[in-house]
Design a protein around this ligand. Structure first.
Ligand code: SF4
Length: 288
């Protein structure tokens, strides 16, 4: 199965800027944090702008948190910008401005979890370690276990299942990790997998089992319109567009439901994405 997958990946991998040979560990780390909850097409221009502006961790660490949140633009889930800023500070101060290659050291950085640490070790440094995201879990559930979709996540089981598929040779294993993710992103997609184009069709346990329907627990569907996430984004947009602290009356214009608006503003303050000035106005962190 893995041989066909690797051949397919060699011929079909998308030409993404962070996959280029010259990309540093820092470039890979930034891409992995940005890609966690945002589609490739939206990440690409912001990633290029970030790496151009902040080619090494110390350059990002020297910025204010507010400038980093501003440059995050509309990628969503902006706490990720603060996590990257914090990790950049530690990499600059304690690791010679070079992203560590070792999974345990990566895990010790602020805001770097099991997925990101292994993704950086594999994709930046060619190591053999299981890289498990939603797409990989779905591919493994179908191709290995013959289920229609992945059930609830289980870190240990998911990592063991994925590691069992990886070739022994580290560089080849790292490429297999990238190929599994790519297969889940473009062929073995959640709705309507393109099985006739799939390089592992002949070995896929789900095909061999007659494509049984998924019978696990229902998955939560993430909506956006009307959610606190949308309102938080609108409030941040106001502050991103100005270098002056904004009065509350300006923020009040973005959303009509005062209760939800105030709850969201409060949560942005708690998360450190917004700060209040001594005279009661609001600003991005470190910008007043
Ligand atoms: S054959 Fe279909 S279900 Fe099986 S791995 Fe390929 S795309 Fe996924």
């Amino acid at each position: 199965m893995i041989d066909s997958l690797l051949d397919w990946y060699d011929a079909n991998a998308r030409d993404l800027p962070w996959r280029k040979q010259a990309t540093t560990g820092w470039g890979v780390l930034v891409s992995e944090i940005m890609l966690q909850q945002t589609p490739v097409a939206r990440v690409e221009p912001i990633w290029l702008a970030w790496l151009n502006r902040w080619p090494v961790p110390s350059a990002l660490a020297a910025e204010t948190q507010g400038e980093v949140v501003r440059a995050w633009g509309k990628l969503g889930y902006p706490r990720r910008a603060l996590r990257l800023h914090a990790a950049a500070g530690v990499i600059a101060a304690e690791h010679g401005d070079v992203v560590p290659a070792d999974v345990d050291t990566l895990l010790s950085l602020p805001g770097i979890g099991a997925y990101t640490a292994r993704a950086v070790a594999a994709f930046a440094y060619g190591q053999r370690c299981p890289v498990v995201d939603t797409n990989v879990r779905r591919v493994v559930a179908r191709a290995v276990h013959g289920a229609g979709d992945a059930g609830p996540p289980s870190t240990t089981r998911d990592m063991n299942d994925t590691e069992a598929l990886l070739p022994e040779e580290p560089a080849r294993a790292a490429r297999a990790s990238a190929a599994l993710m790519e297969l889940g992103a473009v062929v073995c997609v959640a709705r309507g997998p393109r099985c006739t184009d799939c390089p592992v069709f002949a070995d896929c346990a789900w095909q061999l089992a007659g494509r049984p329907a998924y019978d696990g627990p229902a998955k939560a569907v993430q909506k956006f319109a009307g959610t606190d996430r949308q309102v938080r984004g609108l409030l941040l947009d106001v502050l991103r567009d100005t270098n002056e602290p904004a009065p509350k009356t300006k923020l009040d214009l973005v959303w009509s439901d005062a209760g939800q608006r105030d709850r969201c503003l409060h949560s942005l303050l708690v998360d450190g994405l917004v700060e209040q000035t001594a005279d009661g106005r609001f600003a991005l962190p470190g910008e007043h």
